[in-house]
Design a protein around this ligand. Structure first.
Ligand code: 13P
Ligand code: SF4
Length: 355
């Protein structure tokens, strides 16, 4: 009897345990189902939200007669909504030539938006995020240029556009990574003060017969410094036919193993024209969106996965929307500074470099 009772008791316990378990798994199942539904809902909602934001931006653009210019490093959703996507020279030229629009939303970093304001002073230029500053552009101060000018009174100053307008005001001519060699070759002097990027200075020195004095001594881009030759060499073991495209802001060691060196838009054009099917890319990761979009049949591998410019990535679709809606942050350059910087930029445009 005892055994039977025990059995009954055990059966009762196991039956209720079974029921409890199955109730638990029903509850659990329902929970999972609900959380999947919730996730699907959130996904749909955020997609709808992203679409709404894009729609809102497009509507505001029309209402306010605005255009969006975006650098090749911008987030994909910003590149996709922009009226023009390009490298620094392409963006400057596009901003300079804009006639119709009243507002230019310049989705990039400070010095690029500043150049637009300098080149087209009648437009309202907006930088979506106030803190989107290029650290390299902060590395060369006006005081340093003035000091060097005293030291080398007859040596012309060529400045990379990655400088602030106040620094540009003290140079003879500007250049970008797309035309640095041609610009330096055009200067009527055997010696040139060149800044702020010491790697670009070295690239120019090797490509010209000039003596280049880098100012400051070791200005650099923290993002391009991340690329290392051993990573490219390892990738080349797996993809022996791959072409290595390297930005001249990368180290000299990186430049030495490059198959092609150029600005971001020059890389895009090179990849499009090339018969090669695989490319190793040594510049900021934002370029991958455009490269893949324009070349669906080709493979692009970023030489270093975490090569992200945090400053460029401060611009988001949300911030761009707020910027256009509230017409902030207006980029202004005092006219006496703008006048001098404009001269240095306009001289650069005498070179017919496509972008
Ligand atoms: P590009 O002119 O090649 O687009 O380069 C700008 C820049 O900031 C690179 O880091
Ligand atoms: Fe400046 Fe480098 Fe960013 Fe270009 S990638 S904007 S040089 S920090």
């Amino acid at each position: 009897m005892r055994d039977v009772e025990d059995f009954d008791l055990a059966a009762g316990i196991s039956a209720s345990a079974f029921e409890w378990r199955s109730r638990k798994s029903r509850v659990l199942g329902k929970g999972i189902y609900l959380s999947v539904r919730l996730e699907t809902f959130i996904n749909h909602a955020s997609k709808a939200n992203a679409m709404t934001l894009t729609d809102k931006i497009n509507r505001l653009k029309k209402e306010k007669n605005a255009i969006i210019l975006a650098h090749n490093y911008q987030r994909p959703e910003i590149q996709d909504i922009a009226d023009y996507v390009g490298d620094s020279i392409g963006l400057s030229r596009r901003a300079m030539e804009e006639k119709e629009a009243k507002i230019i939303v310049f989705s990039a970093v400070d010095f690029m938006a500043e150049s637009a304001a300098v080149l087209n002073p009648n437009k309202k230029v907006l930088l979506p995020t106030l803190g989107a500053r290029c650290p390299m552009a902060q590395m060369l101060t006006v005081d340093e240029i003035k000091r060097l000018k005293v030291h080398y009174p007859l040596v012309p100053v060529v400045l990379y556009v990655n400088t602030l307008a106040e620094a540009k005001a003290y140079c003879d001519i500007c250049c970008t990574s797309a035309n640095a060699v041609e610009v330096v070759n055009s200067v009527n002097s055997e010696t040139v003060l060149f800044g702020p990027d010491h790697n670009l200075a070295e690239y120019v020195r090797r490509k010209t017969e000039k003596t280049i004095i880098p100012i400051p001594e070791r200005g650099f881009c923290p993002t391009h410094l991340l690329f290392q030759p051993e990573d490219v060499q390892a990738l080349k073991m797996t993809y022996p036919d791959a072409i290595a495209m390297v930005h001249p802001e990368c180290t000299v060691e990186m430049q030495n193993i490059a198959d092609f060196i150029g600005s971001t838009s020059q890389m895009c054009r090179y990849a499009k024209k090339s018969d090669a099917k695989t490319f190793i890319v040594a510049t900021e990761e934002g370029i991958m969106h455009r490269l893949k979009k324009e070349n669906p049949g080709k493979k692009f591998i970023l030489a270093y996965e975490d090569a992200v410019c945090p400053n460029m990535k401060l611009n988001t679709l949300e911030r761009l929307y707020t910027s256009l809606k509230e017409e902030k942050h207006v980029v202004t350059v005092p006219e006496p500074v703008a006048k001098k910087a404009r001269k240095a930029l306009e001289r650069m445009f005498e070179f017919k470099i496509r972008s």
